[in-house]
Design a protein around this ligand. Structure first.
Ligand SMILES: [Zn+2]
Length: 194
């Protein structure tokens, strides 16, 4: 019986690296994995929706299908028997239900990787639905600069802490993120509010 899996981590927690490792393992065993990612903006270089996917650690060419939403009939036109989903937090609740349909109707395992919470400490929509309905949920642990477990994010725009609590960056500029523990998150947000 196939399952709907959800592996969550903070940024820099090795999600894409783990996804690509999983793709490699399945391919090596003769399976046909398909990688799907949400299409967040008009990415250049996509060819019929296909584009590269990269991890910070692994090299090599990997391709993902970038989609606006999960259309089961469209996906079924592609020959795959394992579905890997990157950045799953950005999908809507009904997309997560569609992913569960792939598991339940076609007995194809779906392995989702994503963030648990946004910089404001709230669950993403896709994550919330996955936590509700996934068969298998695992946390991939990452370490804060203080040595505690990192489970939150700080967002910096042009090097300055963004304490707006917007789930996504609104202000323009170079955006970077730091994965921190709850205590360090509170400390940073309080220091910068004075
Ligand atoms: Zn910390």
């Amino acid at each position: 019986m196939a399952k709907l899996h959800f592996y969550y981590a903070v940024m820099g927690g090795g999600k894409t690296t783990s996804l690509l490792q999983t793709e490699y393992n399945y391919s090596h065993q003769g399976f046909k994995p398909l990688i799907v990612k949400p299409k967040l903006d008009d990415r250049e270089g996509l060819q019929d929706g296909w584009g590269p996917i990269q991890s910070r650690i692994l090299s090599g060419e990997h391709k993902a299908l970038y989609v606006d939403h999960i259309d089961v009939a469209e996906l079924r036109k592609i020959d795959f028997n394992i579905l890997l989903v990157d950045e799953v937090q950005f999908f809507k609740a009904n997309d997560i239900v569609a992913l569960s349909d792939i598991v339940d109707k076609f007995d194809i395992p779906v392995i989702c990787y994503g963030l648990k919470t946004a910089c404001n400490g709230e669950l993403f929509e896709g994550t919330k639905k996955l936590l509700a309905i996934a068969d298998d949920i695992k946390e991939m642990k990452h370490i804060c600069k203080c040595g505690a477990k990192a489970n939150m994010h700080l967002r910096y725009i042009n090097g300055k802490l963004d304490k707006s609590l917007n789930p996504i960056a609104v202000e323009k500029g170079e955006t970077t993120y730091e994965s921190v523990c709850r205590k360090c998150w509170k400390k940073a947000m309080e220091e910068n509010s004075r």
